[in-house]
Ligand binder design. Structure first.
Ligand SMILES: [Zn+2]
Length: 259
């Protein structure tokens, strides 16, 4: 059993091209597992390539709502990749309305339609393969909730949760876990949610290379820094750090069937 699990990283991204082996070595030393996440077809392929043959590294594959807006989701191509046992989730997929303000009405409607369409396709893929969803939802919790409620036969995790406790409860009731990043080490907006979370429904992540936790703010993030996120979760909840780490590991193993 690892000491920590970072359920959402992008170790496949070019930010690690120069020293990926060292990052992986630091993870082995500390006892950190991770799920490295694709955001389009090329990064989904590289996520699986990275996970293959590496103990404690797993892949999630999918098409992010706005990372590669030109890509048309090819169900069969993704299905072929997703059949690999190292692929433990479909995503990151979901809805993200946060960057739509810059477009005119017509374009905005088109983009929302596209997001909903590729989200539904990925839910269908997850349903077919019986694999959980790795969800990216921003400024779109209501719509995403309705779609999941109507279409998802599998559960999964709402990555980088950024809603309030009321929204959190709806997703928990639907059977989805929520995961938290280094943001909780420097912003206090999520303390209530982190504190109130049922202990079996909370997960830890870094979303690296983005949002480094304190004391690494402004530097490139990496999966070993998940220890700082775990420490903060324990702090906020008034729990023993080692005990909290074990709970978070157990939750991740259960949700993503990691072995
Ligand atoms: Zn991500």
């Amino acid at each position: 059993m690892p000491r920590y699990i970072d359920i959402h990283s992008h170790l496949n991204f070019p930010e690690y091209d120069a020293d990926r082996a060292e990052v992986l070595a630091r993870m082995r030393d500390l006892g950190v597992w991770t799920i490295t996440v694709g955001t389009d077809l090329p990064t989904s392929q590289s996520a699986l390539a990275l996970a293959k043959g590496q103990e404690g590294i797993f892949a999630a594959i999918g098409l992010h709502p706005h990372d590669n807006m030109d890509e048309i989701f090819d169900y069969e191509v993704y299905k072929k990749i997703a059949l690999d046992p190292k692929v433990v989730a479909i995503g990151e997929c979901g809805l993200d309305y946060s960057r739509l303000k810059e477009f005119d009405n017509e374009k905005r409607n088109q983009l929302v339609q596209r997001q909903k369409q590729i989200f539904s396709q990925q839910i269908a893929l997850a349903n077919e393969l019986g694999k959980p969803l790795m969800l990216h939802i921003r400024d779109a919790y209501e719509d995403a909730y309705e779609i999941l409620k109507a279409e998802a036969k599998v559960k999964g995790d709402v990555h980088f949760f950024a809603g309030n406790w009321e929204i959190a409860q709806k997703f928990i009731e639907l059977g989805f876990t929520l995961s938290f990043t280094g943001v909780i080490t420097f912003a206090r907006n999520y303390d209530e949610v982190v504190k109130n979370m049922p202990s079996d429904m909370i997960l830890s992540e870094t979303d690296c290379p983005f949002v480094s936790p304190v004391p690494y703010r402004g530097k490139r993030n990496e999966p070993t820094y998940v220890s700082n996120v775990v420490k903060k979760i324990a702090d906020i909840r008034g729990e023993d750090e080692e005990k909290m780490a074990q709970i978070l590991v157990k939750n991740a193993i259960r949700v993503f069937s990691l072995s």
